[in-house]
Ligand binder design. Structure first.
Ligand code: C5P
Length: 227
């Protein structure tokens, strides 16, 4: 069956998550936040006392992940973890477990199961390259490291982080560059723009403009569904 997939990949803080969610809502499509699955795997492993570099044990956790997505809420073994998976520590843990091939393999079928009618918008790093190589539209959404660091910095201020805890903007830029280099250099599913993905650079765009740019690509690439 021809179920359209819109694959949206790119680095962290590119605005990808928000844009992908808005595009899914406009199209009435399902939405996959694949980063959340890596974050949930890291949190579940830590809670089970599994070392994040124990590849087979973490893959076992990923294969049996007792996670549920209920509207905006995310549950792990029935426990609400919506906020708990968004911390910096879990972000770092997620990028560690994401570098393990057995963990990526264990999450593959689960991600593909999101492809249901009327269609799917999938957000991640390897949606167009590995998980949905046949996606009808592939977008690589990015922004300069400086723009992404500024957004992350602003988010921390808006979340009410105390001034004496707030990292310097220049440190956020440096960390952003280090994380990009790690994600691009890893041997499995490295972060890179696929040859058939269209680039959307949001450095000077607001969210509305970025959503419009992606919707343009979707209109060009995805045949309209007849009802
Ligand atoms: O997108 P998010 O920041 O939630 O992803 C957390 C981490 O999970 C990323 O830093 C990345 O290393 C990893 N990830 C991945 N492949 C995906 C989605 C996320 O490797 N498809």
């Amino acid at each position: 069956m021809n179920i359209p997939v819109i694959a949206i990949d790119g680095p962290s803080a590119s605005g990808k998550g928000t844009v992908a969610q808005r595009v899914a809502a406009e199209l009435g499509f399902h939405f996959l936040d694949s980063g959340a699955l890596y974050r949930l795997t890291a949190l579940a492993a830590l809670r089970a006392g599994v070392a994040l570099d124990d590849e087979m044990a973490v893959a076992g956790v990923a294969a049996a992940l007792p996670a549920e997505f209920v509207g905006e809420r995310i549950l792990l073994s029935g426990d609400e973890v919506t906020a708990a998976i968004r911390t910096e520590d879990i972000g770092v843990g997620a990028s560690k477990v994401a570098a393990l091939p057995a963990v990526r393999a264990a999450l593959l079928a689960r991600q593909r199961a999101y492809r249901r009618l009327p269609g799917l918008v999938a957000d991640g790093r390897d949606m167009g390259s590995v998980v949905f190589p046949q996606a009808a539209a592939k977008v690589f959404l990015t922004a300069s490291a400086e723009a992404r660091a500024e957004r992350r910095h602003k988010q921390l201020i808006e979340k009410g982080m105390a001034a004496n805890m707030l990292p310097l903007l220049q440190d956020v830029v440096r960390e952003m560059r280090e994380r990009d280099a790690r994600d691009a250099a890893r041997s499995v599913a490295p972060l890179k723009q696929c040859a058939d993905a269209e680039l959307v650079d949001t450095t000077t765009m607001g969210i509305d403009e970025a959503v419009a740019a992606v919707m343009d690509i979707v209109r060009r690439r995805v045949p309209r569904q007849e009802s």
